[in-house]
Ligand binder design. Structure first.
Ligand SMILES: [Mn+2]
Length: 235
């Protein structure tokens, strides 16, 4: 299990987003809006694939931006976990039920690319520890220290983490996974920042900059999103 440990002082601005779920257009708009440069860090806290149509393009885009020298770290989300388990262990039903069919379609039978991306996905860190902030997809077991957490808990945990306002570590946990259906970032308590804006039902992807606490939202038209979804499932 890999936890990336970084020093906040090494970067100018530190943006965190998550749960882009195949909406490549929203990702591009976000990159444009936050105007990321080489002094900054962008952490994508999991779930760039599934549900939306363009998962392939998102992973490609991230790799291209990294090649251009931008600091982008993508942590492992439960949808990345579903993808790995479907492809490597044949657990296809769980993936397809959760939007994996769109991911496969986005590769358009290009299995070489899929295999290349799969190896990148498998190398993703589970979390980023910035000292004061701990960035992770699902959350943490509130009763355990950071050292005691498992990959599975940090990728998948929901109720136990959400239902407990406070946790054992004194770090502020910044997490996705559990969507805020009002399409906003929530400051749940002094110890938690919930950033999943529910792209696939709200049309919104949000991001927060941890030094200024500036929030940015990009969104597609909700009706368009609904209609695309509706017609996609008719065939
Ligand atoms: Mn998600």
């Amino acid at each position: 299990m890999k936890i990336e440990r970084l020093n906040m002082e090494d970067y100018n601005r530190i943006w965190v987003t998550s749960d882009i779920h195949g909406y490549h257009n929203l990702f591009l708009e976000l990159i444009d809006r936050i105007n990321l440069d080489r002094e900054d860090l962008l952490i994508i806290a999991g779930d760039s694939c599934d549900r939306g149509a363009d998962s392939f393009k998102i992973y490609e885009e991230i790799a291209e931006l990294q090649r251009r020298g931008l600091n982008i770290i993508h942590t492992f989300g439960n949808h990345e976990d579903l993808m790995v388990k479907a492809i490597e262990e044949g657990n296809i039903f769980a993936w397809y039920r959760n939007g994996g069919r769109e991911t496969i379609r986005s590769y358009d039978n290009n299995y070489t690319e899929l295999e290349r991306h799969l190896s990148i996905v498998k190398e993703m860190p589970i979390a980023v520890d910035l000292g004061r902030y701990f960035i992770v997809h699902g959350g943490i077991d509130p009763e355990k220290s950071i050292e005691e957490q498992t990959s599975y808990e940090m990728t998948w945990i929901r109720d136990k983490f959400i239902d407990n306002k406070l946790h054992k570590t004194d770090k502020v946990v910044v997490y996705g996974h559990t969507p805020n259906l009002d399409g906003r970032i929530h400051f749940v308590s002094g110890q938690k920042i919930s950033i999943d804006c529910g792209s696939y039902c709200t049309g919104v992807v949000g991001a927060i900059e941890l030094k200024s606490m500036r929030e940015v939202y990009v969104s597609t038209d909700k009706l368009n999103l609904f209609i695309n979804h509706h017609f996609r499932y008719r065939d």
